[in-house]
Structure formats: C-alpha cells, structure tokens
Design a protein around this ligand. Structure first.
Ligand code: AHR
Length: 344
C-alpha cells in the first residue's frame, strides 16, 4: 500500500469512528428513553432524578384548603419559600385527586426544579409521581403517602416527610381505653377515603383495641376530614346508634362537627359521649378546655423548614432517608390551656 493510500484509508476510518461516537451521545439516558431533563434535573439511569444545580423554582401541590390544618401547612411552606428566596409555584386541588394530577402536569410543563406534593389519595397521585420522575423532576411527598406498590421512596420519589399515622391512631385508642376503663360503644368518623391518614389511622386504632373485649365499633363512616360533613354523618349515625358512648374522629374538624351533632341530639359531649381525635388545632384545644373533647393527638402541619432543608440536602448530593417522621405532641386536659397560644 502506498503512503498516500494508507493516509486516505486512515482518514476515512477516523471519520467513521467520529460519526459513530456522536450517534452515541444523542441516545436518551434512563429507562425507555422517557427521561427529559428539566432546568435543574436529570433522570439518571432509571433511578431518582438528580439536581444538577441549586433549585430555585419549586412547586407545592396542595390537596385542599378546607381546614385550619391545611391552611397552617400552606402558610408554613409559603413562609419558608419566601425566607429562602425560592419562586414557589403553588396549586390547590380543592379536594379533587384528578385536579391534583393535572396540577402536577402543569408544574412539569412549567419546568419547576422540584415538586413538593401532599397527595390527596394514595393511588391516583402515585401516577403523578411517576410522570414527574419521567420528566426528570424530583418529588418530595409531604404529610400523605402514595401507593408504594406503584411508586417507591428512594427510587421514584425522594422521600416521605410526615407523621406516623398508624401511631396516631394507636395513641388515640390508648387514651380512649383509659378514659372509658376499656368499655365503649364507638362511632368512628374516617378521613378521606383512599387517603393514607384515613387508612393508617384506622389501622392503628383497630389494631390497638382488638385485644380489648369491651371496645366495640358500632359504625365507621367517612366524614372526608371536613367539619360539616362530620356533623352530618354523626347526625345520621346517631339515629341508628343512640347507645353510642364514644367517638373516634380521624381529625379535629370532624370531631367538632360530631360534638355539634351530639349537642343537637341532647347529649352532653365529654360526659354522655367521650370524644377523641387527631391534629391539635386551636378549636380542638378550646373544646378540650371546655370539656367537650377529651384529647387530640397532634399531627404537626408546620412542614416548611424540614421540607426545604431536605430539598437542599438532596441538591447537595447528600443521602436522604426514605422516610422522615415528624415528632407529634399530645393534648388533653392537662396541657390544653398552656398550649393553646402556640396552636393554629
Ligand atoms: O394528612 C393530614 C390530614 O389531612 C390532617 O389530619 C387533616 O386535618 C388534613 O386534611
């Protein structure tokens, strides 16, 4: 082979190698090529989307704003975003899981760097988590969980930050067993059907009373975590079960609704019927002081500091636990007066 021929062949081979290499860099990364990096995120090899720069524009998809707990949670998130200089894209799903899925879609379209999601229901919102992941946007779940057979922490979303709802149900049961000497005919007002607090608060309570022969649940029905719905459901259940001696409500709002229904029916809450609930809101603490509500297990709504701390740690590449549990207080006649000033 002449020197000239050798140089031509070598050049042609180099050109071919260059073309093949550039084809390789345009192949989408991640599973199934479904990953589209956002401003600050890349989805790495089917795992969690990574943040490649400090997040600045973040979404907070709230489930509804129909009670003091939700308002306190939103206020805490907005205050913390402002304090740290974030642009917060805030949406309120107004009690609709379908709207909340659409809210997450819109945040993806707006290319937020990360999403804080308080999922209304476990199953439909698990799909929204997967969509955000496919778009390369990390999700942090706040206060409620998604169905983990569909979306997993540490794989599909960064982490869950919130209370231990099973433990809350257990603590409510524990208090009621003591307050009634282990004998009660109970009406249970459940939270939103399909939500993790409703599922877990029921489980925690049921598991604890199982071994107590005198603790009997007469009826169990959803009041959708809302005061007036709680009142209406209690009114109906009271007609079918006038022998009720205790109410377990999955949140304070429904407990306050139930107290109104008991009073309207001529019963004395706190004497004829012992009421216990969860959240620790100001109206509930007042009802404890007034002797109408027996106790409330706190479910802390002030997520702002821990939510943004977690996001910033994640952005720096630190290891994040797949579950971060908020410590919860407990309110009864012994401390309600001293605690009411700091409540929401
Ligand atoms: O997910 C937490 C629950 O949701 C709170 O107990 C309730 O008040 C809220 O709507």
């Amino acid at each position: 082979m002449t020197q000239r021929r050798f140089i031509m062949l070598f050049s042609a081979l180099m050109l071919l190698a260059g073309l093949l290499a550039s084809c390789g860099t345009t192949t989408p990364s991640g599973s199934g090529g479904a990953t589209a990096p956002t401003a600050g995120g890349t989805a790495a090899g089917g795992g969690l989307p990574k943040l490649t720069k400090a997040p600045k524009k973040v979404g907070f998809a709230q489930t509804e704003s129909n009670n003091p707990w939700r308002l306190a949670q939103t206020a805490s998130m907005k205050a913390e975003a402002e304090k740290r200089g974030y642009e917060l894209v805030y949406t309120d799903a107004a009690g609709s899981a379908a709207k909340q899925v659409a809210d997450v879609d819109s945040m993806i379209a707006q290319k937020v760097d990360a999403i804080f999601l308080a999922p209304r229901e476990e199953k439909p919102l698990a799909q929204a988590v997967l969509k955000a992941k496919a778009a390369g946007i990390p999700v942090i779940l706040l206060d409620r969980n998604v169905d983990q057979t569909i979306a997993k922490p540490g794989e599909d979303f960064v982490t869950f930050i919130g209370s231990d709802f099973i433990e809350e149900g257990k603590r409510a049961a524990e208090w009621l067993i003591k307050a009634t000497n282990g004998t009660a005919k109970i009406i249970e007002l459940e939270g939103t059907t399909g939500s993790s607090p409703a599922n877990d608060r029921k489980k925690g309570f049921d598991d604890r009373i199982k071994s107590e022969a005198g603790m009997q649940i007469l009826a169990s029905q959803t009041g959708d975590f809302a005061r007036d719905k709680g009142r209406q459901v209690m009114e109906t259940l009271l007609q079918a079960h006038p022998d009720v001696t205790a109410v377990y409500a999955h949140n304070d709002e429904m407990a306050i609704g139930a107290i109104a229904a008991l009073e309207a029916a001529g019963k004395v809450p706190g004497k004829d019927v012992i009421v216990v609930s969860i959240d620790g809101e100001k109206d509930a603490l007042q009802a404890i002081i007034d002797g109408k509500l027996g106790a409330s297990v706190e479910c802390n709504p002030r997520f702002g500091p821990s939510a943004f701390d977690t996001l910033e740690k994640y952005a720096k590449g630190e290891q994040i636990a797949t579950k971060i549990i908020n410590p919860d207080n407990f309110y009864d006649a012994s401390n309600a007066k001293d605690s009411i000033a700091g409540s929401y």
